[in-house]
Design a protein around this ligand. Structure first.
Ligand code: FES
Ligand code: FES
Length: 155
């Protein structure tokens, strides 16, 4: 199947196996930030943005990106580095395996919700599993990131 789509801002056309999992396809395109975890829609690790919305690429068929815009961390380096800094400052990056998926969802959340409440943050990020942190340090980092963003916007 021939598909046309945008990957990290660059228009592309490709001949693809439409049933190939999107995780595999994107990794084959050099997007190695897209990680494989559970491969059953349970951990959030493989999250990418399709037309701005978070999508679990492990259970998305490659055919589904036809005509869409796909963003991975490779296309969001500045924002990812900024959020990564907050996670590191709060000790929320231990093995770091969950970070790419978590950061993708934090970016999606900040684009979608202007001033999320604690409950909204927890609900939005509930699909991101972390084996190491117990989520407390991650939540501290996210709250600080959102507070600093708000302050910068109001300045
Ligand atoms: S690898 Fe896709 S949700 Fe876990
Ligand atoms: S920091 Fe290890 S899985 Fe989250």
């Amino acid at each position: 199947m021939k598909i046309s789509y945008t990957l990290n801002g660059r228009a592309r056309t490709d001949e693809v196996d439409p049933a190939r999992p999107l995780t595999e396809y994107l990794r084959a395109q050099g997007c190695l930030s897209v990680k494989r975890g559970c491969e059953t829609s349970n951990c959030g690790l493989c999250t990418v943005l399709v037309d701005g919305r978070p999508v679990l690429s492990c259970t998305t068929l490659t055919a589904r990106i036809n005509g869409k815009s796909v963003l991975t961390l490779e296309g969001l380096e500045d924002r990812a580095a900024e959020i990564g800094g907050y996670l590191a400052a709060q000790g929320a990056e231990q093995c770091g395996f969950c970070s790419p998926g978590l950061i993708m969802n934090i970016i999606a959340m900040t684009d979608e919700l202007t001033d999320p409440t604690e409950d909204e943050i927890r609900e939005y990020l509930a699909g991101n599993l972390c084996r190491c942190t117990g989520y407390v340090s991650q939540l501290r980092a996210i709250r600080q990131y959102l507070a600093d963003r708000k302050e910068a916007e109001q300045a």
